[in-house]
Design a protein around this ligand. Structure first.
Ligand SMILES: *[C@@H]1O[C@H](CO)[C@@H](O)[C@H](O)[C@H]1NC(C)=O
Length: 185
């Protein structure tokens, strides 16, 4: 007959095994974006070092799961593009070169479109439409490229050139996150 002690011992082994089997699947229910995962996401973006620097310096990303991270980066991209648009609005009246002035006007339209796309990306995200989120982020990325084209060969403000790069980098991160969300759908 099995002694109470050995019964207890066997039961705790069973418990321990169950615990070891369950823990990884429990962890998966609320996937935290570890710093390894930030590196994994960023390695697929246009500018990995920019991405790592941005995500590691943004409050909340360290404890965020993939969906919270998506929300953080969508909000950041929109507020960043809005600030760049405000800079463009203040550049227009100060600019006397007619070609440059015209290019700023066109860029302000491209930024309006980009911000519209980012808003749609966020509502697609909220509805779980990660494919739509991806399409809209590509649209915003294209808008930054369009503004680059408008200012090509003109003495454009460095802040606008940086703004375009920032928008492209943000959109690149959103694209990777949307793809990951699609995968875990
Ligand atoms: C946009 O974000 C980047 C990266 O954090 C930052 O360097 C830049 O100053 C921001 N743009 C504006 C206009 O605030």
């Amino acid at each position: 007959m099995m002694s109470f002690k050995s019964y207890f011992f066997q039961a705790s082994i069973v418990q321990m095994l169950l615990f070891m089997i369950m823990t990884p699947s429990l962890a998966r229910l609320n996937v935290q974006v570890s710093s390894g995962e930030i590196n994994g996401i960023c390695s697929k973006t246009l500018n990995p070092s920019y991405c790592v620097k941005l995500l590691k310096s943004t409050p909340g990303t360290a404890t965020a799961d993939l969906k919270s991270l998506a929300k953080i980066i969508l909000d950041l991209a929109r507020s960043n593009a809005t600030k760049t648009l405000n800079q463009i609005h203040s550049l227009i009246p100060k600019t006397t070169d007619p070609k440059l002035k015209e290019s700023y006007r066109s860029c302000s339209e491209h930024y309006d479109n980009a911000i519209g796309d980012l808003n749609k990306a966020e509502s697609d995200f909220k509805q779980g439409d990660y494919f739509g989120m991806n399409i809209q982020a590509s649209g915003a990325l294209d808008a930054a490229g369009d503004c680059d084209d408008e200012t090509e060969g003109l003495p454009a403000s460095p802040s606008l050139i940086k703004g375009n790069q920032d928008l492209k980098n943000f959109c690149g991160i959103i694209l990777v996150v949307a793809n990951r969300l699609k995968g875990s759908n």
